[in-house]
Design a protein around this ligand. Sequence first.
Ligand code: URA
Length: 446
Amino acid sequence: MRAYDIIKKKRDGGAVSKEELSFLIDGLLKGEIPDYQASAFLMAVFLNGMTDEETVSLTEVMLRSGATLDLSDIQGTKVDKHSTGGVGDKVSIILAPLMATMGIKVPMLAGRGLGHTGGTLDKLESIPGFRTDIPLDEFRENLKNIGISIMGQTGEIAPADGKLYGLRDVTATVESIPLIASSIMSKKLAEGANALLLDVKTGSGAFMKSREDAVRLATTMVRIGNSMGVNTVAVVTDMDQPLGKTVGNSLEIKECVSALRGRAANDLMEVTLTLAAWMLNLADSVTEDTEVGKMNEFVLKKYKHEAMDFIEKGDAFKKFVELIDAQHGDPDVAFRPNLLPVAKGIKDVSAAEDGYIRRLDAEAVGAASMLLGAGRMKAGDEIDHAAGIILNKKTGDYVKAGETVAILHYNNDCSLKDAEEVFRSGLEIGAREVAKRPLIMDVIIK
Ligand code: URA
């Protein structure tokens, strides 16, 4: 077998076999196939796509490139949730303790923010002492004892993804449905969960700008998960404007604490409770050993209601405190969020005219937050946990000229002007009201 022939086949629109994919990926990891040949293959996939069969094979090869967790000795139904990434998306930090307190085990391997998007690990690490680099034994112990554990991806899990993602990042081949699907699913299937809920974001702040592409990505990932014996559901949700009222790490943790105490922005609570309902439904399908079924309005409402009850009773908040404690963080932060890192400077962004907010572009807000220091331009960059943006207004709100739309939080003002400019480039105010985009767009079961 030769890498050249595999690249040529894909370049000419052919389908490659699992053996060919194994040859390519194994060779790349062993250093026998050079980066330039792997990059050429990635570009051929980007341009010509892959069949479902090829995408499943690629996922399997990437999954088998590293270790998989065996959680079978841990009692209970293990369900994880993964978001394809967005701006202000702090749902995992509210949802994971909520599910754990409702009896579902949540083994979560989370990611870091890159570019305009945020990452769960960065947000949690803004809690003084919180460790996301815990050893695997501790991850298992926490899951067993408190029903939840969150850590970063280790080099042992799907190393092929680490290598391929690095190449995709510099060869403009990230935005490809088969490559994104295999990248995400190879990591998620290594976790040993019984079921998986995917939150596939769509809109300006997401990888998938159009709803159609988001549905295609969601369908591909659901097929891969189910074909590998993990009950998988994907919910396609809006990411055209940021979720909730904050963007930036410690600001988002503060918002999560409020949400866990029952005081959340409507959009954040709606997405969290909808995903909670689907996780409960997935857990039931595992317990009953059935395929995941559609939920009618009545069942959906019932699950949402039950989940809200656990927030209102304070149980989800208590579980969050347990999680912080178990992962070496300062649990006082949950009671006194002012212990979180606070930026030295703030700057109001005010409305230039009266009118309705017609656009609050998620990508622009995320990019502005990154310029303030909350995100990284490239993997490995340092971030400022205190930096970020508070949104006083969201799309559809009415503002008066001079009223504050957002507050920029910064420690370093060298990019403050650029950040404000980028933020304003994503802000449109006009006389006419704008139709609201639905928050929950599609649910993909099979
Ligand atoms: N997240 C991943 O893990 N991989 C991708 O390719 C895109 C988003």
